[in-house]
Design a protein around this ligand. Structure first.
Ligand code: GLA
Length: 391
């Protein structure tokens, strides 16, 4: 389904639920991170792309006389009803409404005065798959609120507002990658983001002979748990011991020399981050040069580092990478790694475009044989960031 078709479909669902057509339709994509994992909150580099899976929100002003704003999702889970003339508050942890409500709170904090509205959310980004379904929900809400309030945010400010919603309302201390790529993604480009300066650089990815295959292990990924925050704290501890502002400023040499003064686990966390930042820069160069064997090797190295040093992989993700490696360059696979926060979710593989079907079949059947879980696989070209489909 194209994005416009998805928009029309969501408009029909809205009309069925709310009894009138929507006035606004906003959309924002999920993302896949090609490389640069757990580097964003260390001021490092990331290299994600937006995928052609979107969260779409259709909305219209509330019926005359109603002062309540009502949010619904096609996944069910009831109606969230708000009075936007009063301060908004987070619902209990785990409620999906915390993402859009956190974004609305960000607009209210900037002095925006949205009218009461009805909204219906529909998404093709797999939930809990490590493809940033949360960022897609936040950024689509922000795009909708820009239309409703007329307050057009600068892209960096918009991404930061959404990140704050995730911190304060969903309780997940995420970095800035997901919201930035969902706002700034561009068709046929990866985004090399310097998470310190917040300067994005587009890296063209147009070689028709290569495709990015996304393999969902269908093991649910749950990041609001404590492991993510624990990793962040370990990185901060490592930076402090090394006497640097963040691990972005540390080198492999500095780390080797400080070995004795870091707990072994903290040492390994830092080793991942320092090496991953380096790999991300090398990978961006290699993509620019269409040097696919190098990109592939860097992806495998990233996975090993996330599995062994950062310990955020899981047996199912390791199985996918293992099978991809067995298919190898002869079978059309250049590289493969887990993507996103980890502990489940998706892997991403760089593959020969003309072998996608054969590679997908082999990965799916071997994965199911080993884990007894059916995976979901799909290919995505680098897609465009958030957009208003109707205003
Ligand atoms: C999650 C977070 C991101 C980033 C990744 C790991 O997706 O939301 O900010 O830290 O994990 O790279």
């Amino acid at each position: 389904m194209t994005l416009n078709e998805l928009g029309r479909h969501t408009a029909q669902l809205f009309a069925k639920t709310c009894g009138r057509p929507p006035r606004w339709i906003a959309a924002a994509p999920g993302r896949v991170n090609v490389i640069g994992e757990h580097t964003d909150y260390n001021d490092g580099f990331v290299l994600p792309m937006a995928i052609d899976r979107y969260t779409v929100i259709a909305a219209a002003p509330a019926n005359t006389g109603s002062t309540r704003t009502q949010l619904r999702s096609t996944l069910g889970d009831g109606v969230t009803s708000l009075d936007l003339t009063q301060p908004v508050k987070p619902a209990p942890k785990g409620a999906w409404s915390n993402y859009p409500v956190g974004v609305i709170a960000g607009f209210l904090a900037r002095g925006a005065k949205p009218c009461a509205f009805d909204a219906l959310i529909h998404s093709t980004v797999p939930l809990g798959g490590g493809l940033s379904s949360s960022a897609a929900l936040e950024v689509s809400t922000a795009t909708l609120l820009e239309a409703i309030t007329g307050l057009k945010l600068d892209p960096v400010d918009k991404a930061l507002l959404c990140q704050k919603a995730e911190h304060d309302y969903a309780g997940m201390p995420c970095g800035i990658m997901d919201q930035f790529i969902s706002v700034m993604g561009k068709e046929n480009h990866l985004l090399l983001l310097d998470c310190r300066s917040r300067k994005p650089e587009l890296v063209p990815m147009t070689d028709p002979s290569k495709a990015l295959l996304i393999i969902n292990t269908n093991v649910k990924h749950e990041l609001t748990g404590g492991e993510y925050a624990k990793r962040r704290a370990q990185c901060e501890q490592a930076a402090k011991t090394l006497g640097v502002a963040s691990l972005r400023d540390a080198t492999a040499d500095m780390l080797e020399h400080a070995d004795g003064s870091l707990e072994p686990v903290v040492f390994r966390r830092a080793r991942h981050v320092i090496s991953e930042i380096e790999r991300t820069l090398q990978a961006a160069e290699a993509v620019r040069a269409s040097n696919w064997p190098t990109v592939g090797q860097l992806m495998y190295a990233s996975h090993s580092s996330l599995r062994d040093d950062y310990e955020v992989s899981c047996p199912e993700l390791d199985a996918v990478v293992d099978i991809a490696q067995a298919v190898g360059t002869k079978g059309g696979v250049s590289g493969c790694r887990m993507t996103g926060g980890g502990f489940g979710g998706c892997a991403v593989a760089l593959v020969a475009a003309d072998s996608v079907a054969a590679i997908s079949d082999r990965l799916a059947s071997e994965y199911e044989r080993r884990t007894r879980i059916k995976p979901s696989l799909f290919v995505s070209r680098p897609a465009a960031g958030a957009t208003l489909l109707q205003s």
